[in-house]
Write a protein that binds this ligand. Structure first.
Ligand SMILES: O=C(O)C(=O)C[C@]1(C(=O)O)C=C[C@@H](O)C=C1
Length: 323
């Protein structure tokens, strides 16, 4: 297990709450980073062993900063995922009333999850982007703070920043959940658990009709279920995209390994980002014809066909019958 962790900080972010779910992390060195790229750089340069970063929210979708940062640069591996239920409060310096609030700061994903509440309760609310929910809350303590309130986790408002809570549970979707990933430098794959996920990045081959269908077919024809697929621009030039994909199963399962090989044939720039246990422990049923046993039986059959062919060739009796 890693012994120095970094995370999207400062203390009190939802990302830190995710990190604290990792066994041993509460006792380990924890290094807050000011953004996702800075956290991943600490892993790449060896100043941390692993980074916890957000990747997907049930309301707002993919965290593009993370999807892009792990798709490029020196290779990294996802070794674990963590789910955190999200509940937001509106916090302000003691004495400030709800009717005094105009300018509100938070992380972009948090703002997106509280938009309706803001429209209903703060007429003409102005959004001030923050690097995280906790950074926005702590910023309220600065003498030259240019906003009136922050959207953050209940814990950071009360315990870390000593702020007053003007409203609780202000998220528009009460069941909101954010998924976080623990990322390390390339390392041996975590063991198969029977309920695993594999993440890949597949650049879309250009000028090739049906390329997306071919990519999807690598999974479909091997009975591999996808739980997320998103397209992101590579940033190189207009119209150049990659797909970020989560597939059910582990790279040590034959059907997943076979699908990975197929992806590499179609798009040699395919990047493997890891196989790791699903946080919800949900195991997707594997069709019998795509089980490891079915792949092994099929391989044995092909080998027996080839062995018969070469034996026949050596004995000279393998000539094709005349038509
Ligand atoms: O700002 C934080 O507290 C974070 O951990 C980031 C983040 C995100 O990137 O989605 C995490 C969970 C919430 O959905 C809002 C913000």
């Amino acid at each position: 297990m890693p012994c120095a962790y970094t995370f999207l900080g400062p203390e009190g972010t939802f990302t830190e709450a995710a990190l604290l779910q990792v066994p041993g992390a509460a006792q380990a060195v924890r290094l807050p980073a000011s953004n996702v790229n800075a956290a991943l750089d600490k892993v790449r340069d060896g100043s941390a062993d692993a980074a916890m970063v957000p990747i997907e929210n049930s309301v707002e979708g993919g965290v593009t900063a993370t999807l892009d940062a792990i798709a490029t640069g020196p290779e990294l591996r996802i070794i674990r995922e963590v789910l955190v239920p999200i509940s937001f409060v509106l916090a302000a310096r003691p004495g400030v009333q709800l009717e005094d609030v105009r300018r509100v700061s938070t992380h972009g994903h948090a703002w997106a999850q509280c938009r309706l509440w803001m429209d209903q309760h703060i007429l003409g609310a102005e959004y001030v982007p923050g690097s995280s929910t906790a950074a926005a809350a702590l910023g309220l303590l600065d003498a030259d703070c240019r906003y009136d309130a922050a959207i953050c986790a209940p814990l950071v408002a009360r315990e870390h920043a000593g702020l007053s809570v003007l409203a609780e549970d202000i998220g528009d979707n009460p069941g909101a959940v954010t998924r976080f990933i623990l990322v390390s430098r390339p390392a041996p794959l975590p063991e198969r658990t029977g309920a695993d996920k594999t993440t890949v990045v597949v650049p879309l081959p250009e000028d090739r009709p049906g390329a997306l269908m071919e990519i999807l077919d690598q999974f479909a024809s091997r009975g591999v279920n996808l739980s997320r697929i998103e397209s992101r621009p590579t940033g190189q030039y207009l119209g150049h995209y990659f797909f970020s994909i989560d597939a059910d199963g582990h790279a040590r399962e034959a059907r997943v390994a076979d699908a990975l090989a197929g992806l590499h044939r179609i798009s040699p720039g395919t990047r493997f980002l890891g196989s790791y246990a699903r946080a919800d422990r949900h195991a997707t049923p594997v069709p019998a014809h795509t089980s490891d046993a079915a792949f092994a039986a099929a391989r044995t059959w092909v080998e027996s066909v080839l062995a018969e062919e070469s034996a026949a060739g050596e004995s000279g009796s393998g000539a094709s019958p005349k038509a």
